[in-house]
Design a protein around this ligand. Structure first.
Ligand SMILES: [Zn+2]
Length: 95
């Protein structure tokens, strides 16, 4: 296990890697797995921090968003608001 000041990286028995950040466990996917993701959470285009960001529109609501050029191609690109809504919908289905 590798550790930094407030983050830890753990690898489970199957070889899956996770980063632990302030109590939240996040799965680290490789390129193939990221292409199978349900979506890519993108920043608003007005918040773009890099001149080479790709500009597009949210697949959920149509707002202008941006992502890095190397983001997975297959998953729909969504804004943070739509991503949170999808996550909350799934949590309601499970409970
Ligand atoms: Zn949206």
């Amino acid at each position: 296990m590798s550790a930094t000041r407030d983050r830890d990286i753990q690898i489970d028995d199957r070889g899956n890697a996770y980063v632990l950040h302030k109590g939240t466990k996040v799965f680290i996917a490789d390129d193939g797995e990221s292409e199978a993701a349900d979506g890519v959470i993108c920043a608003l285009a007005s918040d773009s921090a890099f001149s080479d960001n790709i500009l597009t529109v949210c697949a959920g609501c149509g707002v202008d968003i941006c992502h890095r050029p190397y983001a997975p191609e297959t998953p729909p690109k969504v804004c943070l608001r739509c991503a949170v809504a999808r996550i909350l919908e799934r949590q309601e289905v499970r409970s």
